[in-house]
Design a protein around this ligand. Structure first.
Ligand code: FRU
Length: 482
């Protein structure tokens, strides 16, 4: 493309310049959504971590803010969460102010070199001006390292039944839960997972939150692992079960995946969003994040996704769908009714927009093979499809343009179809350098990034066996980047 910044996401948050990874400290406060993120302001590869900051009124249009947290004598600022301390349990609020409190990992590079195994510990910072400026707590760290090498990524929430804070922490190959009355004094409650779930890599960035299913509270535990994802590299698994303020008990120990694509990692939920549970992830993968062909920045977040639960064959699965706020980006919609695709159907140039930003919604009358091909004149293509024999969705980016920067990048990724509904329904979100597939009400999700030689503005639907699409909705989206 003629764009000065090819591959710049147009409706996903990406920093103007330099490296980012995990979303951190996402919190809704006084009408503003805050996104903090792992950030290295001196380069486009991972380095000494800071917390970058962006704010938004709608989770769709983000404004980058000055860096919130800088490394200090205790170490780099690794991943963590933020809470609104409504009851001022910390005492950080003065004269009735409500403090925003960040709970993060300090990663100490000096201790790391000395191989003490104790170089990660948890600390606090607070803000009394809506996240603009932050003060590190003088008593840091609040949770010293007990002798566990990987001891990080605290996700904290208020547990109302017992009026205490719960910290969900990644501790090497398992999760450890801690509790506290004031965020400063922590008691170990229990651990989970050393013998269940996927263990192809270290456990990172957990999150524990309640959802409601048939009027009953069900707890979900997200655990990112790297490597060991279903299609290689980093990915996020989850468990559903009960939590009593002390122990998490899963209903089933079978490994389930939040997203089968390769590019949704370290995703966690916003604090303080009432009964909505909204996740954003890092739209990359440690397998190649440091070498993707973008400049002068690296990485973006996924779109915000609302999480829920759905029962299939008596088993509970997590669902993710794009938040409705994304509708703010809608331009014209083209509706095609009763479309029979035999071989190929191309959306004409008139219905497409040059930038290739769109949402596609379709459902098929019956589940049959089909593929949606995003392409350009250079012959680059990303293929998103359903394989009936395998009963699986897939995204194939092997011919997507630039793939040679890492040997495992140019691949076809698959995801099992979990739904038993005879008809398929899906939503596809396409930005300049990413596709997010939400199939069957968000039961199967895939997120993949790609780097075409020019933007993929052609859209072709193919089906050798033939499918009937009662309704196809193509909506052009507008850029949210200024
Ligand atoms: C996950 C992660 C976290 C860590 C951070 C460091 O991607 O490895 O475990 O806190 O990134 O940047």
């Amino acid at each position: 493309a003629a764009s000065p910044e090819p591959h710049r996401p147009q409706y996903h948050f990406s920093p103007k310049a330099h490296w980012m990874n995990d979303p951190n400290g996402m919190v809704y406060f006084n009408g503003t959504y805050h996104l903090f993120f792992q950030y290295y302001p001196d380069g486009t590869t991972w380095g000494p971590m800071h917390w970058g900051h962006a704010t938004s009124k709608d989770m769709v249009r983000w404004q980058e803010q000055p860096i919130a947290l800088f490394p200090d004598s205790l170490g780099y600022i690794f991943s963590g969460s933020a809470v609104v301390d409504v009851n001022n349990t910390t005492g950080f609020g003065k004269n009735g102010q409500t403090p925003l409190v960040a709970i993060f990992t300090h990663h100490n590079p000096v201790l790391e070199k000395q191989k003490t195994g104790k170089h990660e510990y948890q600390s606090l910072a607070y803000s009394l001006d809506e996240g603009k400026t932050w003060t590190k707590y003088a008593g840091n760290p609040v949770l010293p390292n007990p002798g566990i090498t990987d001891f990080r990524d605290p996700k904290v929430r208020w547990y109302e039944p017992q009026k205490k804070w719960i910290m969900t922490l990644a501790t090497k190959d398992r999760i450890t839960f801690y509790s506290s009355p004031d965020l400063k004094n922590w008691t170990r409650e229990s651990e989970f997972g050393s013998t269940v779930g996927a263990h192809g890599g270290v456990w990172e960035c957990p999150d524990l939150f309640p959802l409601t299913h048939n009027g009953k509270t069900v707890w979900t535990l997200l655990v990112s692992i790297n490597p060991g994802g279903p299609n290689g590299g980093s990915a996020t698994q989850y468990f559903v079960g009960d939590f009593d303020g002390k122990t998490f008990k899963p209903y089933s120990t079978e490994t389930k995946w939040l997203d089968y694509g390769t590019d949704n990692y370290a995703g966690v939920t916003f604090s303080n969003t009432g009964n909505r549970t909204i996740l954003m992830g890092w739209m990359s993968n440690w397998q190649y994040a440091n070498v993707v062909p973008t400049d002068p920045w690296r990485s973006a977040t996924t779109v915000p996704r609302e999480l829920g639960l759905k029962e299939v064959n008596k088993e509970l699965f997590l669902t993710s769908v794009p938040v409705e706020e994304l509708g703010a980006l809608n331009q014209e919609t083209v509706l095609v009714n009763n479309l029979t695709v035999k071989d190929r159907y191309e959306l004409t140039a008139k219905t497409r927009n040059e930038s290739g930003l769109f949402r596609l919604e379709l459902s098929t009358k019956t589940a049959g093979d089909f593929a949606i091909v995003l392409a350009n004149e250079q012959g680059n293509e990303v293929v998103i499809g359903y394989d009936k024999t395998a009963n699986a969705y897939y995204i194939d980016r092997s011919k997507a343009g630039k793939t040679g920067f890492e040997k495992g990048f140019g691949k076809r990724h698959t995801a099992p179809r979990l739904s038993v509904d005879p008809k398929i329904s899906l939503t596809l979100l396409v930005d300049v350098a990413s596709v997010e597939l939400f199939a069957d009400g968000g039961l199967t999700v895939m997120t993949d990034i790609f780097f075409p030689d020019t933007d993929l503005t052609k859209l072709v639907i193919k089906s050798a066996s033939g499918i009937v699409i009662p309704a196809l909705e193509y909506t052009k989206l507008t850029s949210s980047v200024k």
